[in-house]
Ligand binder design. Structure first.
Ligand SMILES: [Fe+2]
Length: 372
């Protein structure tokens, strides 16, 4: 499958699964060598071939609302700085002063200029070098040749994508052209550290086979265990997790059914970004490998402006629900990381319920190669 079903088709498939006590099944199982979660050489290859060569989501457009809004963070181990210029264009630069390389900004904010904290070399939001204190000390520096170094960037579907080492691959989002709508606002940005390889953290987003066992008092009371619609588009996947209230759609003509408020959909944007929809909010979760056994998770929380104005309580209730589930997943993925050292498994087996994980590993193997 390469494309995504419309709401009516996903709703019908969910209701059929409820009736037959079934779920979507993949076309094959997968055996992933445990060595691939433990190897620094493998991580280096993943960063080089999967993260840096393809267009990768960096931040939501909603984090760069105004001229001068910026987001600075590491992406695939490289410090980057995204900023919206006075002309409205979102640009991304390598976050390093052209004098001695210090970072010019960290986190998120809004500014008219970036001033290096070391010697106050100053850059415009378009990346140009505006001033050098006591410039007569640098007779050989041509300011026009010492602007911030740009990284290929494009803004699509409400996301800013970066391609650190372009190979000509385009950013074809086809079925998710409107993934993050223009009505979304950035509510908060949060960072967490998980003591687990980034692929283990990713896998926890991509199947509903663990809803009952892991999320018994958080997600399970409102969702189904092991009942998902799994679709692929390009290297990406979408996993639909229905809520129990999806039953109300039976009373609506099949072609008139809309999924809003009845499902969570997780879009896995290969390799390391998850977009997760909830009734009152949308999360963009970036999994940044900070080491072979650690992952920094950056979560951008977005909500529609209308929801923020009128329904703050609902947003907050959603937040505790989502955070509880996230804590439960973090405990499991850190347990799995410890299990890597147990010597019990040479491979991990992914079953027919875990098709989005199989798709993930297939694509990663195609880019990176076999176990090292
Ligand atoms: Fe989970």
């Amino acid at each position: 499958m390469d494309g995504l079903l419309d709401d009516a088709a996903v709703a019908q498939r969910i209701l059929d699964h409820i009736d037959h006590r079934t779920t979507d099944l993949g076309d094959a199982c997968w055996r992933e060598p445990v060595a691939n979660y433990r190897s620094s050489d493998r991580l280096d290859l993943e960063l080089m071939r999967a993260f840096r060569r393809a267009p990768t989501p960096y931040c939501p457009s909603a984090a760069l609302t105004d001229p001068g809004s910026y987001v600075a963070r590491e992406a695939a181990g490289v410090p980057l700085l995204a900023v919206r210029g006075a002309d409205g264009v979102a640009r991304v630069f390598r976050n390093a002063c052209r004098h001695r390389g210090a970072q010019l900004a960290c986190g998120t904010g809004r500014t008219k200029a970036f001033v290096c904290p070391y010697h106050a070399w100053t850059y415009g939001t378009d990346g140009s070098l505006r001033s050098i204190p006591h410039a007569y000390g640098f007779p050989d520096i041509d300011p026009d040749m010492h602007g911030l170094v740009a990284v290929q960037a494009e803004e699509k579907a409400g996301l800013v994508f970066v391609t650190q080492e372009p190979t000509g691959a385009s950013c074809d989002l086809g079925p998710i052209a409107e993934l993050l709508g223009a009505d979304l606002r950035l509510v908060s940005t949060a960072e967490n550290e998980s003591a687990a390889n980034w692929k283990i953290v990713a896998e926890a987003f991509l199947e509903g086979y663990h809803i009952y066992a892991t999320h018994r008092t958080s997600f399970y009371p409102v969702q189904f265990d092991n009942l998902n619609v799994v679709e692929h588009f390009g290297r990406n996947s979408r996993v639909t997790f229905p809520y129990r209230n999806v039953e109300k759609l039976r009373g609506i003509a099949p072609t008139e059914r809309h999924l809003e408020g009845t499902v969570t959909q997780v879009y896995h944007l290969f390799p390391n970004v998850m977009i997760a929809t909830f009734p009152k909010r949308t999360l963009m979760v970036v999994l940044e490998p900070s080491g072979v056994a650690t992952t920094r998770t950056i979560t951008y929380t977005l909500a529609a402006a209308s929801t923020l104005d009128h329904d703050l309580t609902a947003v907050e209730q959603d937040e505790s629900f989502v955070n509880k589930g996230a804590r439960e997943d973090r405990a499991i993925v850190e347990s799995i990381q410890r299990g890597l050292n147990s010597g019990a498994n040479d491979v991990f087996s992914f079953g027919l319920f875990e098709a989005a994980i199989v798709h993930f590993h297939r694509n990663l193997h195609a880019l990176v190669g076999e176990a090292v």
